[in-house]
Design a protein around this ligand. Structure first.
Ligand code: ADP
Length: 452
């Protein structure tokens, strides 16, 4: 096992990794920007190194400085968390050549899955159902029109290098296709440095269902059930649950088989997520594979009892998975609410100082957060400040538990998404499990009272 790990991240995920390392008897090195010198991850790690100024491109994404920090402190491995360098194949490659273990899949796999058009092709070849659309990238208007005609409108133009819900354009009519293609290419170039785009059929009211996998370096693979992440705002997840209220045992096995096929097609190693869209008739289609630990991983931990971050570290250390698929038992129901430092109606960032603060507690309540009283939420990074996770025997019990936990949760001094979560957990359609990826937009536009 590793003796020392550097965590190339900040916030709640850095804390999450520090906790896993402690349990495994591993020393930790935090990196931080100048703006994060007083952060909790810096205080809780055994050592810390400042890697640059507030701007993440000069600190949390600064590969030479991060590698130097690992070398100076003698860290044998780097955990990238999510975001920043987590899905940067060049970073994984540089770690490898510096003799530092990157805790995640191999660089070839990251770059294959990081190109969403190539990922689609790989899955198609393996027989994993993908959303009808283009084979590979679309480069010109004529090609785009032909594909759209074949699959039917509406279609969605997506950036091959897209992520975080950005780089997508829905097109309803042929007249708009040429312009949307052009704009999408331009936006993709600016946002991701790659103007490659592809086309998919746009599903009207799908559910986002994803499968968690774990694969060791010896070829053993298991899946840990699904997460329903349909409650989204601008294609970004806000509430997740496991299991999905619409997935039965049979569908779960089918999803699991498809996820295992996706793993074998991409020679995947470590923890990963295979994402699907589910249509009204419960047909599922691959959309992408995320080659990292995800924000919403705790709900899978709650229902499976498996610590995914510890597993990531053990796999990277060359250990074999200790359980077989038949030993994976999913129990009860779990929800996660993402508490963001944002205006809950406009979703604009709300940085500032936390002037009052109280965390909920009790059995089955977990909070993954790096905020503290008088701590400052800066405008430089992701707005996620806490994840509120509950686990109970049934979905109804988990809803009741989440309602109680939300009512106890106090964060003052900044605006947060807490009031929105409270409203959603009181909504009759949500309570019945009747929703799609468009639920939240409609919910917000029908709200009569302001959120507070
Ligand atoms: P990202 O990598 O940016 O997260 P994804 O491909 O995973 O992008 O898609 C994010 C979300 O966008 C999905 O969960 C879904 O809500 C929506 N979406 C993506 N593709 C489609 C599609 N073909 N039809 C309908 N919605 C889609």
């Amino acid at each position: 096992m590793f003796k020392k790990i550097l965590i190339a991240n900040r916030g709640e995920i850095a804390l999450r990794v520090i906790r896993a390392c402690r349990e495994l008897g591993i020393q930790t090195v935090a990196i931080h920007s100048e703006a994060d010198a007083a952060s909790l991850h810096v205080r809780l790690a055994d050592e810390s190194v400042c890697v640059g100024p507030a701007d993440a491109t000069l600190s949390y994404r600064n590969i030479p400085n991060i590698l130097s920090a690992a070398e100076i402190t003698g860290a044998e491995a780097i955990h990238p968390g999510y975001g920043f360098l987590a899905e940067n194949s060049h970073f994984a490659e540089v770690c490898e050549s510096a003799g530092i273990k990157f805790i995640g899949p191999f660089p070839e796999c990251i770059s294959l899955m990081g190109d969403k058009a190539k990922a689609r092709e790989t899955m198609m070849r393996k027989g994993v159902p993908v959303i009808p659309g283009s084979e590979g990238k679309v480069t010109n208007e004529k090609e785009a029109i032909e594909i759209a005609k074949k699959i039917g409108y509406p279609v969605i133009v997506k950036a091959v290098a897209g992520g975080g819900g950005r780089g997508m354009r829905v097109v309803h009519r042929q007249e708009d296709l040429a312009k949307s293609l052009q704009t999408a290419q331009m936006e993709a170039k600016t946002a991701f440095g790659d103007d490659g785009v592809y086309i998919e059929k746009y599903f009207i009211d799908p559910r986002h269902i994803e499968v968690q996998v774990l694969a060791d370096e010896k070829g053993k693979v298991i899946y840990l059930g699904e997460r329903d992440c349909s409650i989204q705002r601008r294609h970004q997840k806000l509430i997740e649950e496991s299991p999905s209220p619409v997935v039965d045992d049979r569908l779960r096995r089918e999803l699991g088989r498809a996820a295992l096929d996706a793993v074998s097609a991409s020679h995947y190693v470590n923890a990963g997520t295979v994402e699907f869209l589910l249509d009204k008739d419960h047909n599922f289609y691959f959309i992408e594979m995320n080659t990292r630990i995800q924000v919403e991983h705790p709900i899978t931990e709650m229902v499976s009892g498996i610590d995914l971050v510890k597993e990531q570290i053990k796999i990277a250390a060359g250990r074999s998975l200790e359980f077989k698929q038949s030993q994976v038992k999913l129990r009860g129901h779990s929800f996660e609410c993402r508490i963001n430092a944002e205006d809950p109606e406009k979703f604009t960032p709300s940085p500032g100082t936390i002037t009052s603060f109280h965390l909920p507690g009790g059995p089955g309540v977990r909070v993954d957060s790096a905020i503290y009283l008088n701590g400052v939420v800066t405008p430089y990074y992701d707005s996620l400040i806490a994840k509120l996770i509950v686990h109970a025997g049934t979905r109804d019990e988990a809803i009741a538990k989440m309602r109680g936990a939300l009512s106890e949760f106090v964060v003052e001094g900044i605006k947060t998404t807490l009031p929105l979560h409270k409203r959603v957990f009181d909504d009759p359609a949500f309570i019945k499990g009747r929703f799609s990826t468009n639920f939240l937009e409609r919910f917000l536009s029908s709200l009569s009272l302001p959120l507070q």
